[in-house]
Ligand binder design. Sequence first.
Ligand code: ADP
Ligand code: ILO
Length: 342
Amino acid sequence: MKYPKFTSKNSSLMAKFLTKEVFEELKDAKTKNGFTLEKAIKSGIDNPDSSIGVYAGDEESYELFAPLFDPIIQEYHGFTRRDMHASNLNIDELDAPNPDLKGEHILSTRIRVGRNLSDFPLGTAISKTQRDEVEMIVSTALNSLEGSLAGKYYPLYAMSEEQRLSLVKDHFLFKAGDRFLESAGLNRDWPKGRGIYHNHEKTFLVWINEEDELRVISMQKGGDIKEVFTRLVQAIRELEKKMKFAFSEHLGYITSCPTNLGTAMRASVHIALPKLSQDMKRFKSITDKYHLQIRGVNGEHSQSEGGVYDISNARRLGVTEVQCVQDMHDGVVELIKTEESL
Ligand code: ADP
Ligand code: ILO
């Protein structure tokens, strides 16, 4: 492999930090699972508009390719090699009363965490047999859940196209054919090995073998952020009794994309801000203050529809889960206050 030719179109952090020196140092390195620099950067090379442009193949990738991953992690999370990550899922420490009791702005609240099994490579480096094994382990564990988390696993290959599209449209299921995941090798053998579990109310959901082996999701209509967080924590605790997740003292939960390391948490609301969104500078000054990210209403790389935005925490590493949700809550309170003043 030769040093890639980057142009002004390559806006990713990968293009920024993959200097010739770093490339020379890493180009022949290979993890125990056979993951290489070429595989790590493929998505960013194929998609010059990537913002990050790298994926890891396993926990070892973050060590072996540290000269590339470390500066990316530092720029995205403000987290250095010497920092340690700490988890805090204590619901009592979250101060998050519903910011929209009248139900005028927040359409829905969703909190997800990514998880991967500690005894397997990440989805980028996994074999078909291993992926199927992950699906079996996770879906069997989920199908044994009881009470309000009880539900059913729906493998993607057995779903009708109509059923799949309806789950995507209603924001429950991941999209098909994501070009970033495709280039990263995360869509190999699609749709086999993938699927979704959900409880009867569709307030607790788990995606299996998408970007991460598990995406554990709690969501519901309205703005009761604490209730959504409480359900998520309850589900994580149940799952931890049944499987071991990849976790490092330094990087927290190990995920295939470095943006998700640490808590692997994205806490979001779908919120209507038709007035404030006319003034993007003011809107952004509030989201920046609370370390929040603005996405479109159909998730990452999508546009807003009808003044409705997806607002979520941007920081995930070096902050606790409680802090991630608190950031989102506090920022949303200010967004609503500003919207109502206009
Ligand atoms: P992820 O959250 O897993 O990083 P996406 O940004 O692609 O990935 O979002 C996945 C799906 O979750 C999309 O359909 C998105 O619209 C939906 N979603 C995100 N936040 C909310 C929310 N607060 N309410 C309802 N759906 C949401
Ligand atoms: N690889 C894509 C997405 C990065 C962050 N988002 C997710 C879903 N991991 C990029 O570099 O723009």
